[in-house]
Design a protein around this ligand. Structure first.
Ligand code: GLU
Length: 465
């Protein structure tokens, strides 16, 4: 059997972390089993679906690297097929037109409630042979539906609990439960992995699949993601859009790692490479109950990834942030080297980018506190001595430059900090930067010498006042 999973978002908003986790589980399962992952856009709700939201889904999936093997399929392009199936169900006697008025429905409901039955309208409508009105699926009256859920275990629902659901609205458009069934059947989906908010739909979908004589997919319903207050994760808990995490400086791999752990575990391992996730992921390891979103843990994980991922990978994503912050990375050192220099102290790429501006662009002013502390009487002389020595070195080598800083401190009988700190502020504009040898070598000769000159003049001017 070919394993086929799908991610089937409705394009009515951004791609949120809950959707991304569903997509990830489906993607991982397909990858693990050597199967196929399908992307299907469920855009039949014409009023709420937007192109912007379709684009947001693609952007999110691309950024996360959750590539699909088939699709994207759009349900709005499959209306003819849905019509065909609705007609088939009508012809088979498994569906019927229903034109009951609201009042009639209410009366029927009342009667059936009194008899402890779910509403069925066939008694009235089937005989009437209406040509207009909604079309309902004729749900079996007897027996039960068993869902062998791969996460939740067996779930049994009595058919008398299920009403005759609408499969086509009065304007002829098909409803979610019909389209999803037709697509899962036509696309040969073997495993439906989705949020457990869909669990109520599953017995209905199984009954329609049975009426169509289709093979049933296996179902795996994954629990919801909650905010720290126990309510379903929403905007008020902070960022929930995948792209917001990109903008806030998270690495896609860190978010994927966080999401995989949110609802799945493998012993007490926390950090997984994508390959490890593919190897170890299984539906058996999924949690049965809801998980709570923990932004601090995500931040911790992001820092782990920034520190331990391939610097080239981090650099690729850092470049996006540098551009986003208006910097041209052609005007400075190789980003890979900046990543190596900055990764210990950067929890996000936004922080890393912000702390790396001075490698690519002159700063407008010195950090006030740092300048006050380090640009004092005598600092100009220290910087002048360094500048003279630096100017004379042929080779711009970090180790050599560091030796010059040490020698200058010794010659001037100063503590190292009294020499290195003014230098650091002079060239970076602030009191914090990577080790001075690294900062110097990344910045390069030209920028270093020019900035030292500027700092000397700045200090002299300040002292004159
Ligand atoms: N389109 C549905 C949603 O976005 C998902 C349907 C499904 O996975 O069966 O909630």
């Amino acid at each position: 059997m070919t394993i086929k999973t799908r991610f089937a978002p409705s394009p009515t908003g951004y791609l949120h972390v809950g959707g991304a986790r569903t997509a990830l589980f489906s993607w991982l399962y397909a990858k693990k089993k050597g199967g196929k992952f399908i992307l299907r856009i469920e855009d039949t709700d014409l009023e709420r679906s937007t192109q912007a939201s379709v684009d947001a889904i693609f952007d999110g999936m691309n950024w996360l690297g959750l590539t699909h093997d088939e699709g994207p399929f759009y349900q709005t392009q499959r209306f003819d097929r849905y019509k065909e199936i609705i007609q088939q169900l009508l012809d088979q006697g498994d569906a019927y037109h229903c034109t009951c008025t609201r009042e009639e429905l209410d009366t029927l409901r009342e009667q059936q409630k009194a008899n402890k039955e779910k509403p069925r309208y066939n008694g009235k409508c089937k005989a009437a042979n209406h040509s207009e009105g909604v079309i309902r699926f004729k749900n079996p009256v007897d027996g039960e539906v068993v869902i062998n859920d791969l996460v939740k275990g067996d779930i049994v629902v009595a058919n008398k609990e299920l009403d005759d659901l609408i499969i086509a609205r009065s304007d002829g458009t098909p409803t979610y439960n019909l389209t999803v069934v037709v697509d899962d059947m036509d696309m040969g989906i073997s495993h439906v992995i989705r949020g457990d908010d869909h669990i109520n739909n599953t017995p209905r979908q199984i009954n329609i699949l049975n009426a169509l004589g289709a093979e049933l997919p296996k179902y795996a319903h994954v629990p919801m993601i909650l905010g720290s207050d126990g309510a379903r994760l929403s905007k008020r808990h902070g960022a929930v859009s995948v792209m917001q995490y990109r903008d806030d400086g998270f690495l896609p791999d860190a978010l994927l790692n966080y999401l995989v752990r949110l609802g799945w575990s493998h012993g007490d391992q926390e950090v997984f490479s994508i390959d490890e996730m593919i190897e170890l992921f299984d539906l058996d390891g999924c949690n049965v109950s809801a998980s709570t979103f923990n932004p601090e843990k995500l931040l911790w994980l992001n820092h782990q990834y920034i520190m331990n991922d391939e610097p080239e990978y981090v650099a690729k994503h850092l470049e996006w942030h540098m551009n986003n912050q208006g910097l041209d990375v052609a005007n400075g050192p190789a980003l890979v080297e900046v990543v190596k220099a900055q990764r210990e102290r950067s929890k996000t790429l936004v922080e890393m980018a912000a702390a790396s501006h001075y490698f690519y662009q002159d700063f407008e002013s010195y950090d006030e506190k740092a300048a006050k502390k380090n640009f004092k009487a005598g600092s100009d002389e220290v910087l002048q001595a360094l500048l003279d020595a630096f100017s004379q070195t042929e080779e711009w080598d970090g180790e050599k430059l560091h030796q010059i800083v040490l020698d200058t401190a010794e010659a001037m009988e100063l503590k190292l900090g009294k020499v290195a700190q003014p230098l650091r502020v002079a060239i970076s504009g602030a009191g914090v930067s990577p080790a001075i040898d690294i900062t110097l070598s990344l910045l390069g000769r030209e920028k270093t010498l020019a900035r030292m000159q500027t700092a000397i003049e700045f200090i002299k001017e300040k002292l004159d006042k």
